[in-house]
Design a protein around this ligand. Structure first.
Ligand code: ADP
Ligand code: MG
Length: 498
């Protein structure tokens, strides 16, 4: 397409709908436990197998404005609800496809938008009405189990969903730490505290301490002389100044009874020696994000100037180095409200994929533990919502009603897709669900039945809200201006000035 082109009206709508459909089609085959994996290959040739909708959409390198909006939709679903991204995009694609049909039949987008909004309100009510309340631990397990099913971590679903639910009862997902190490996933364990994949910065340091902990932001080293020195006496003088500095620094830690140090950057070898001889254990090159987690869990500060250590900057805890294939260190304590998971995985690639599955599962477990309202999954809730909307007493008239009905029918895309991926006949499934709505798709037995698969109400609500709100805003878009790259616009303006 030409630069700076304006596309408007029906042409713009077609483009939007086509792009949305294309993206929905790209992720649709991955939905559910029988969904296919996709192999993503980047430009450098790195490969990853995944069936996570958000990962796939993120990886589609695209300059297409509509496509990037849709990728954003997936991202915000993931941020709000941790799961349900594929569901959200697939429903949005279906809403737009049906909208496109209606527009071709002469229905104005505004009538469609109104019908969709009405449908959304009723569907959300219906979902609430069908939700069930469980106790927090059970709700967490059920939600995690559903999120893990169908991913490659599924073989370990019992161990992992128990861990997710217990972790979710302790801490927010953003404060959790998840470590993958080589090994057998059945040995995954939950640690009530923080865990870092680190060993002490030098051998001979204590491996278990209880006491004050300092988090240091900068290099733990004496200031470096920036001058070239020929005079040996001057060199000796500088070495001595540095030595004094080191002693003073370590004394300061000792004075404050610091027993463990986590340093974001490097620690000078002389400093290390002195720390060791004072019975202090030190860890270096800790990621910034982990430094912040440590600070948040221990309710202390990351110290930016180690020469100025204050009592209130320090944390307190029990720091223990655990020997394993990859040594790790645990930080626990009465006041430390954190959950960490050590998850062994057979290969690096499966480790990454398990990690993604666990991130979703921990998120939904957290939602479920907090809210405890679950709805039946495997397409059941969508077919219930659809049924309720099509059979409700209050009917509207005219084009708005046509759109509301189209909305209700769109919801069936979820059970239909699950059924399709299991190799079932879509027409049969659709007809059955329209008459007996409480059933879900048993993808193993290839039949519709009451399914004991649950997902948090919040995930379903958020996916539906996201699908509708974004479909509506795309339907509202009347024209697309393909602007030139900003640099070109500026360059032209400059040329005109000359
Ligand atoms: P999303 O990105 O939307 O979470 P998933 O690939 O995780 O996509 O698929 C989620 C869908 O799969 C949900 O509708 C969920 O109810 C369904 N599902 C999960 N476990 C099962 C199961 N054991 N049998 C049938 N459907 C299931
Ligand atoms: Mg999922």
């Amino acid at each position: 397409m030409d630069d700076n082109k304006i596309i408007s009206g029906r042409e713009a709508q077609r483009w939007i709908v086509d792009t949305a459909m294309e993206m929905a089609d790209a992720v649709r085959p991955t939905l559910g436990p029988k969904g296919m994996d996709m192999m993503l290959v980047d430009r450098i040739g790195n490969k990853v197998l995944t069936n996570d909708g958000a990962t796939i959409l993120r990886s589609l390198e695209t300059k297409d404005p509509v496509a990037s909006i849709i990728a954003e939709v997936a991202k915000s679903q993931e941020q709000n609800a941790f799961d349900g991204t594929t569901t959200c995009i697939v429903i949005m694609g279906e809403l737009l496809r049906r909208a496109d049909e209606l527009i071709s039949r002469g229905v104005h987008p505004n009538a469609i938008i109104k019908g969709y909004r009405l449908g959304l309100g009723e569907a959300l009510k219906s979902a609430k009405a069908h939700s069930i309340q469980k106790d927090p631990y059970e709700a967490g397990i059920d939600a995690a189990r559903t999120a893990i099913t169908g991913k490659s971590a599924e073989d370990f679903v019992d161990v992992l969903s128990d861990i997710c639910s217990r972790a979710a009862m302790i801490s927010k997902p953003s404060d959790m730490m998840l470590l993958t190490i080589p090994g057998n996933t059945n040995d995954a364990e939950l640690i009530e505290g923080l865990v870092l994949l680190k060993s002490p910065a030098t051998a001979g340091m204590p491996t278990k301490i209880t006491g004050k902990v300092a988090l240091i932001e900068q290099d733990l080293a004496p200031p470096q002389a920036q001058v070239t020195l020929n005079d040996p006496a001057k060199i000796a003088e500088i070495v001595e100044i540095q030595q004094k500095f080191i002693e003073h620094t370590v004394d300061n830690f000792v004075k404050h009874k610091v027993k463990a140090i986590f340093c974001q950057k490097n620690i000078d070898s002389k400093v290390l020696q002195l720390l060791r001889s004072n019975g202090i254990v030190a860890f270096r090159h800790i990621k910034r994000s982990n430094m912040l987690k440590l600070a948040s869990a221990m309710d202390c500060h990351v110290i930016s100037d180690f020469a100025d250590v204050n009592e209130e900057d320090l944390g307190q805890g029990e720091v223990e180095v655990v020997e394993s294939i990859n040594d790790y260190v645990t930080i626990k304590g009465e006041h430390i409200q954190a959950a960490s998971i050590i998850m062994p995985a057979p290969t690096e690639q499966s480790g990454e994929e398990f990690q993604r599955a666990m991130e979703d599962a921990l998120g939904v477990a957290y939602l479920a533990v907090k809210d405890q309202r679950l709805v039946p999954g495997a397409g059941t809730i969508q077919s219930l919502m659809s049924y309720d909307l099509l059979n409700c007493e209050q009917q509207y008239t005219g084009k708005v009603e046509v759109a509301r009905k189209a909305f209700a029918e769109s919801l069936l895309i979820i059970p239909q897709t699950l059924a399709e991926s299991a190799g079932m006949d879509i027409m049969d499934v659709t007809v059955q669900l329209q008459t007996a709505p409480g059933l879900g798709v048993n993808v193993d037995e290839m039949e519709l039945m009451t399914m004991l698969v649950f997902e948090p109400l919040g995930v379903v609500e958020s996916a539906l809200n996201g699908a509708v709100e974004n479909a509506v805003s795309l339907l509202r878009t009347h024209s697309i201006i393909l602007a030139k790259p900003i640099q070109e616009i500026f360059a032209e303006a400059e040329r005109r000035k000359d």
